[in-house]
Design a protein around this ligand. Structure first.
Ligand code: GUN
Ligand code: FE
Length: 463
């Protein structure tokens, strides 16, 4: 891969290599990173084993390679509900939109359509890794894992557990059922991908209100038996927090409900974390559990503004989540913007220091997400030894000076907001605020091309 490479090197710093080369071997592992490249001949003589390598060069000067996005929290079965939330808040939204849609995925045919579409959709937005909630249905959950493996998208796939406070038509009949079905799904995923190179299982108690104390403890035990990841929701909405107080009167707080069940571990992903108390934040930090920030969802279903600056300052590990369909967009780029907007709304009352920068949002979208998912040694940036999970971003052609041409210009292939005078940092900023999936012209996972836009022609790949 030859061209411009951009990745985060810290929360605040983007490293931009304007004309470099990255060599990826047939296992999808980065073997070399050259920060300066004069010619292909030069490159091939320097790296003799790459004599016959396929070479990918963006045809446009305004294109760059960026690490694939990591979506640390999303619900694949809710994809058909994208954009539907009306004026609901969490508990009414679940009843009105979510449970009926999820229940309908007992149909494997419907699940196949919904899941295939959603995986295509997220890949087209540059998501190379996703932590998915499926539904209570084992066959459909397993199918989602099969689809991710086949399409080459890295994924954690979780069979949802919910044995109480859920509609009669959509719940686990007993704790035993919840554990047996979770185990069945873990076994399937470990069978189809024994080393967990692409897909891994994740234990998924929906959230405290939909699980009894016994179910939560049994899932904590299942984690100890299987060492599988865990994902759940916490402290998203004030009504939900009140409900948890009523349902678990002997617990110190919401986080304590999970902690006493053995569910707060270094492999736990906690979505939302909007209204955590200082004590809860302490215990989450002490247990090394990770946080998924879902800004679009938190605004859409009016949950609140998560205090990301202060959570970062305390040392929490944070990534971004689309939380479809609480969130209205499958795009992590959109959620970068949303994270930045939410931080600005907080800044209006708390001061400018809580604002997130573009670079910080991009860090959360890549390196932060990699840490949340436990894949920080494999993905999130471009270093030797990491795997090639990347997207090629093409910002389009610089417009000419001809007024006639401007009048005729067809923007359908991608917005062109880059004029040619910008620094690379400025081009990246413009991408974050005005880009979309039309700019994501190619996506790779472990070196495999898993998505290409019609603007990515094979002429960009030469031998
Ligand atoms: N809490 C429990 N279930 C859900 C869900 O599906 N989405 C969101 N955003 N919060 C939840
Ligand atoms: Fe969610």
């Amino acid at each position: 891969y030859i061209g411009t490479f951009v990745h985060s090197t810290s929360l605040t710093d983007l490293d931009i290599c304007e004309s470099g080369a990255i060599g990826v071997n047939e296992n999808g592992v980065i073997e070399f990173v050259d920060r300066e490249t004069s010619s292909i001949t030069d490159l091939k003589s320097k790296h003799s084993s790459y004599e016959d390598a396929q070479i990918v060069i963006p045809t446009n000067k305004n294109a760059f390679f960026f690490p694939g996005f990591i979506d640390t929290h999303t619900h694949a079965p809710q994809h058909p509900n994208t954009g539907l939330f009306g004026k609901t808040t969490l508990l009414s939204w679940l009843e009105t939109y979510t449970f009926p849609m999820e229940a309908s995925l007992s149909s494997l045919d419907k699940a196949r359509t919904v899941y295939s579409n959603f995986v295509s959709r997220t890949l087209s937005h540059g998501t190379t890794t996703a932590a998915y909630y499926a539904t209570v249905h084992v066959p459909a959950t397993n199918l989602l894992a099969d689809i991710c493996l086949k399409r080459g998208q890295r994924a954690l796939v979780g069979r949802v557990c919910m044995n109480t406070m859920s509609p009669e038509y959509y719940r686990d009949a007993s704790v035993e059922d919840a554990v047996r079905d979770s185990k069945a799904s873990i076994d399937h995923i470990r069978l189809i991908d024994p080393k967990g190179e692409i897909v891994q299982p994740i234990i998924t108690p929906r959230f405290a209100p939909s699980c009894t104390t016994e179910a939560l403890s049994a899932l904590g035990a299942l984690h100890r038996d299987t060492d599988a990841h865990i994902q759940t929701h916490i402290s998203e909405n004030k009504g939900e927090i009140e409900l948890v107080k009523e349902l678990f009167p002997h617990s110190k707080n919401y986080a304590d409900v999970y902690d006493t069940a053995g569910l707060l571990t270094p492999k736990t992903i906690l979505a939302h974390c909007v209204h955590l108390t200082p004590e809860e934040r302490k215990v989450i930090l002490a247990r090394e559990s990770k946080i998924s920030h879902c800004p679009a969802s938190n605004t859409a279903i009016t949950s609140g503004c998560a205090p990301i600056r202060s959570l970062l300052a305390e040392g929490h590990t944070i990534g971004l989540g689309t939380d479809v369909s609480g969130g209205f967009s499958p795009s992590i780029l959109e959620n970068c913007r949303q994270a930045i907007w939410v931080s600005r709304h907080l800044a209006m009352s708390e001061g400018d220091n809580v604002k997130l920068s573009t670079n910080e949002a991009l860090f959360l979208a890549t390196r932060g997400g990699a840490e949340v998912i436990g894949l920080q040694d494999k993905v999130g940036g471009f270093e030797v030894g990491k795997e090639w999970d990347a997207q090629m971003i093409d910002l389009g052609e610089v417009p000419g000076s001809d007024a006639e041409e401007a009048f005729e210009r067809d923007f359908s292939d991608g917005p062109c907001d880059v004029f040619g005078w910008e620094s690379w940092q400025e081009k990246v900023e413009k991408w974050v605020y005005s880009g979309d999936d039309r700019n994501t012209v190619a996506v790779w996972v472990r070196g495999r091309l898993v998505h290409k836009h019609k603007r990515f022609s094979t002429s960009a790949m030469i031998n």
